[in-house]
Write a protein that binds this ligand. Structure first.
Ligand code: HPA
Length: 243
């Protein structure tokens, strides 16, 4: 039983979908899973295990930011033998080639966090997605098997920026990241990819564009839910589709 998850061994499936918001974890379990059972309510960071198309899958909230996500992902890998984590989150678009409701599959993650600077004693590590999961997610997003994907926008594969401060003190530096091809900003992918590499596991971050940093466009709550649902189907298909 781990400190922050507190589930029994065997309670958690080898594949975990990970939204930042624990209420989204509950919504995913209630909307997409059969026989979903809540295995943790510690600190209100809900986790559920159920089945999707007959295959076992869990969904665990991460909280916001890399330090919070790292607590849950460390415990999933070391205490529950989780093999793959797919983050399903939201992001802010940084370039005009993206629109709200689009989906970004993060091939890699830049960051302003000091977590990896400490880990690598000042060297710059390049955290990247698992290619198999990335390819499966892209294929799922293009496939008719994902029934609701038509309700979402375009799918983009590329870099995200995992920032520590949602209310950034240096928006000019974020704009510079965009000049170097970074598509979107979010708060967790870099730590997720690094921890997966450390533990020899698989990870992917998929984010829906909830707001546009350049144009100021925002989504309504209903649009966010619809697009979020399409992304969850892509993640489930990517993680379980071929097995
Ligand atoms: N920053 C800016 N906008 C966002 C973010 C973020 O981290 N996540 C979702 N929209």
């Amino acid at each position: 039983m781990s400190t922050h998850i507190g589930a029994a061994p065997g309670d958690i499936a080898p594949l975990v979908l990970m939204p930042g918001d624990p209420l989204r974890a509950r919504w995913i379990a209630e909307t997409f899973l059969d026989d979903a059972r809540c295995y943790t309510e510690v600190r209100g960071m809900y986790g559920y295990t159920g089945t999707w198309q007959g295959r076992r899958v869990s969904v665990q909230g991460s909280g916001m930011g890399q330090p919070s996500l790292a607590i849950y992902v460390n415990e999933l890998f070391t205490d529950y033998d989780v093999q793959s984590v797919i983050r399903v989150g939201s992001c802010g678009a940084l370039t005009e080639t993206l629109a709200v409701r689009d989906i970004v599959i993060a091939s890699g993650a830049c960051t302003d966090s000091s977590m990896n600077r400490i880990r690598f004693e000042g060297l710059d590590y390049a955290p990247v997605a698992d290619f198999g999961l990335l390819r499966a997610a892209y294929d799922a997003s293009q496939s008719h098997r994902v029934s609701t994907s038509s309700t979402s926008g375009s799918v983009h594969v590329g870099l995200v920026f995992s920032n520590d401060s949602f209310y950034s003190p240096r928006p000019d530096l974020i704009a510079r990241m965009a000049e170097y091809g970074v598509l979107a900003i979010e708060m967790e992918a870099s730590a997720l990819y690094t921890l997966a590499a450390q533990h020899g596991r698989k990870a992917l971050a998929i984010c829906t564009v909830s707001d546009h940093v350049v144009t100021g466009a925002e989504t309504t709550a209903q649009e966010r839910e619809q697009t979020f649902g399409a992304m969850v189907e892509i993640a489930l298909e990517a993680g379980l589709g071929g097995s």
